[in-house]
Ligand binder design. Structure first.
Ligand SMILES: Cc1ncc(C[n+]2csc(CCOP(=O)(O)OP(=O)(O)O)c2C)c(N)n1
Length: 532
């Protein structure tokens, strides 16, 4: 006979969920009792950091990941991070402790009243099992639900007296053993007719989105673009939490701008726009214009039915990305189209003192190991990092589609824990650091060897750029003087340096990549947006 706790840990083991991210309270301690040796508990000091780390871990491992939070205030603290995880399609099983059952109706202290309502609308499903026998089946349901397309967070609220109850052996055994496979390809007829349209198009183009990488479709996307000689744009950076295409490939044309008018301007002249693995489109800011250029048709393939329903134009196929690209590949032959000129190589721009963010990113590109993974949250530098690095391997770029700050620092720790053999660099704005600053403690305490590169421009640069675009004058609160990030990270235990200039940055980055522990490099840069 097993207890609910033993059977639950057996279930986590069966799904490879042996790393648990959490911040404990009295209501979570019974779950953590007699913590098994083959599990790792990664302590985050604030719940937004806990969920951000789990998000990075889930995305970089491709596995559902468990984050454990402290009843209502823990879930409350994590809400921004849960919003991000939903936008990133990160499969998270979030559990939150609850008062003992006999205490809930009288609402004893720390009762999470209405526990299933709190996390909405940012979770796919939330539940509080009505009986201890239901805990293991509910956790199993949550794991499967989070992993079905579109992936995303779920929440299960767990009364603290259930863990020591006996589990129903029959229900627990089936819950542990059962499997769900959800990969469903497109209707063969629909795929064949799309292949025909692609072959007949005079000037087709591909827009590659994040589901290509997360769906294991990287090679298929490259083969289709090469066979059909398709120029490829990345879907707008705003929603691009992963890359969909190698950015150093000769067919790559750059990142689409994120607004309605500029997208149709960029796509002018193409007659068929094939969007693969992206919403249509993650627009922001609002710059009106035609949704598509004159004469262009759009067909999107997404594994997310909600993205299909809300697309403002075109036709959408809801299906697994890899299977659909593979069936297209079976039906298309080598196209006889001219290949576009490759993009010019990235240039570092002017020498200035302090250096420009473009120069800092160029310097990073010079020393970046081939197998490095980049986690990015430096809002005014997003396009510059993409352009200077031209990352060209799958599973090598992670960004926050939700846009809630605090994700980057936390997610980088989770990504590194999931990919211990690859160097991880996390490029951060100094403003962004502050939303998850206690993550530095976890990086140091667990010796997670992320190299943090902090671009210090002493302002909220992107908000000044937005202010210009929105014709807002005189807005307060856009400057950040004297935020000493290296000193702050040092106090949390991360080996940190404030450097100046390109040469010193290069050397310190190199030793950061060679280090076996976390390292932080803070470099002053000129203010303003870095677009290249
Ligand atoms: C949780 C959250 N709060 C506020 C914002 C609004 N916001 C977007 S970018 C930004 C400035 C970030 O500053 P920094 O990291 O220094 O980057 P920079 O713009 O200077 O590149 C802010 C405050 C946000 N995106 N998320």
């Amino acid at each position: 006979m097993s207890t609910v706790r033993e059977a639950s840990f057996e279930l986590f083991r069966a799904h490879g969920m042996t790393t648990i991210f959490g911040n404990p309270g009295s209501t979570e301690l019974p779950m953590l009792a007699e913590f098994p040796d083959d599990f790792t508990y990664v302590l985050g000091l604030q719940e937004a950091v806990v969920v951000g780390m789990a998000d990075g871990y889930a995305q970089a491992s491709g596995k559902p990941t468990h984050a454990n939070l402290h009843t209502a205030p823990g879930v409350g603290n994590a809400m921004g991070a849960i919003f991000n995880a939903q936008a990133n399609k990160a499969p998270l099983l979030i559990t939150a402790g609850q008062q003992v059952r006999a205490h809930i109706t009288m609402r004893a202290n720390l009762t999470h009243h209405d526990a299933t309502r709190t996390p909405h609308p940012f979770v796919k499903w939330s539940y509080e099992p009505p009986h201890a026998d239901e805990v293991v089946p509910a956790l199993a349901r949550g794991i499967h639900q989070s992993s079905l397309p579109p992936r995303g967070p779920v929440l299960v609220s767990l009364p603290m007296d259930d863990w020591t109850e006996e589990a129903d052996p029959e229900r627990a055994r089936h819950a542990v053993e059962r499997k769900v496979d959800a990969a469903a390809g497109a209707d063969p007829e629909v795929a064949r007719s799309l292949a025909e349209r692609l072959e007949k198009a005079k000037n087709p183009v591909m827009v590659a989105g994040p589901q290509i990488d997360s769906g294991g479709a990287w090679d298929a996307a490259v083969r289709l673009a090469e066979r059909q000689k398709l120029p490829v744009f990345a879907s707008p950076a705003t929603g691009g939490n992963r890359l969909g295409f190698p950015e150093g490939h000769p067919l790559f044309r750059g990142v689409l701008p994120p607004a309605i008018g500029p997208i149709s301007e960029t796509l002018k002249g193409y007659d068929l726009v094939l969007v693969v693995g992206s919403s249509v489109f993650p627009y922001y800011p609002f710059i009106p214009g035609p949704l598509l250029p004159e004469g262009a048709a759009l067909v999107a393939i997404t594994s997310d039915p909600e993205e299909a329903a809300r697309a403002p134009m075109g036709e959408t196929i809801v299906a697994d990305i890899r299977l659909t690209l593979e069936s297209l590949l079976e039906s298309v032959s080598d196209a006889n189209r001219a290949e576009p000129e490759p993009l010019p190589d990235p240039v570092p721009g002017d020498e200035t003192d302090p250096i420009t963010p473009t120069m800092a990113n160029h310097t990073l590109a010079e020393v970046l190991p081939d197998d490095a993974i980049v986690v990015l949250e430096s809002p005014s530098s997003t396009l510059s990092v993409r352009n200077q690095l031209r990352i060209s391997r799958p599973g090598s770029y992670f960004f926050c589609a939700g846009g809630g700050l605090g994700w980057g620092l936390s997610a980088a720790i989770g990504v590194q824990l999931a990919q211990p053999d690859r160097p991880v660099v996390c490029v951060l704005g100094e403003g962004s650091v502050q939303y998850a600053v206690s993550g530095f403690w976890t990086a140091a305490a667990y010796n997670v060897p992320v190299t943090f590169l902090v671009l210090r421009n002493e302002e909220y640069a992107i908000l000044k750029w937005f202010a210009e675009n929105e014709e807002v004058e005189g807005a307060p609160g856009l400057d950040l003087p004297a935020l000493e990030t290296a000193a702050i990270a040092g106090a949390y235990g991360v080996s940190s340096k404030l450097v100046s200039g390109r040469e010193e940055l290069r050397e310190v980055l190199k030793s950061g990549f060679a280090s076996k522990g976390p390292e932080l490099v803070e470099v002053p840069v000129t203010p303003g947006m870095a677009l290249f």
